[in-house]
Design a protein around this ligand. Structure first.
Ligand SMILES: CC(C)(COP(=O)(O)OP(=O)(O)OC[C@H]1O[C@@H](n2cnc3c(N)ncnc32)[C@H](O)[C@@H]1OP(=O)(O)O)[C@@H](O)C(=O)NCCC(=O)NCCS
Length: 158
């Protein structure tokens, strides 16, 4: 079977009707997955912006997502993921850039997110896009049977 041509990845708006797709991908990436109902609620919120990454070949498949929430002139990325077999092909960057463009159009001036201090991949991605660490939240990520992990708060001026 031929491998995907990532240059032809589509970045598509996501709404509540995509909640199931998002939940399936989220479960592949995070130890405490959000279910379909949680995504439906988040995607139904008026300030929500979300995108999916979809490849057409070798077969149509949704392989990444990003979800953010806007409030006045600020927004926060709530979750982002690219499924493991398709990581490291620039899709994470494309998804975050789509959020940046959509947020700018809505007159958002600053984009925030929280990221675990041990998450080298996400920190690398956000650093590459110009996000800077602006604070930290101790004990933010609870881990069953282990000490909760500190999150860095990162921000990007749009
Ligand atoms: C973080 C994540 C979304 C990155 O997606 P991706 O499509 O692989 O990212 P990209 O291919 O766009 O990578 C962009 C840059 O991020 C950095 N990066 C990505 N993966 C990396 C890794 N495993 N190690 C170190 N840096 C990495 C690199 O700087 C990379 O640029 P380069 O490929 O030119 O070196 C993906 O690893 C993922 O889904 N992780 C699990 C879920 C998660 O942690 N989400 C973020 C929560 S805050």
């Amino acid at each position: 079977m031929s491998s995907p041509d990532y240059r032809h990845t589509s970045i598509l708006w996501a709404g509540p009707e995509h909640a199931a797709d998002l939940a399936v991908m989220h479960a592949q990436l995070f130890p405490q997955p959000w279910d379909k109902a949680a995504f439906e609620t988040l995607l139904s919120h008026p300030g929500s912006i979300a995108f999916l990454a979809r490849i057409a070949t070798p077969q149509p498949q949704t392989i990444g997502f990003v979800l953010a929430q806007m409030a006045a002139d600020e927004a926060e990325i709530l979750t982002l993921g690219v499924i493991p077999a398709h990581q490291r092909h620039g899709l994470g960057v494309k998804l975050v850039e789509a959020i940046c463009r959509a947020a700018r159009k809505s007159e958002v001036r600053k984009l925030f997110l929280e990221v675990a201090q041990s998450n080298a991949a996400a920190r690398g991605l956000y650093g590459k896009l110009g996000f800077e660490v602006v604070g930290e939240r101790k004990g933010y990520y609870e881990k069953p049977g282990a000490e909760a992990e500190t999150a860095s708060v990162m921000a990007l001026k749009l």
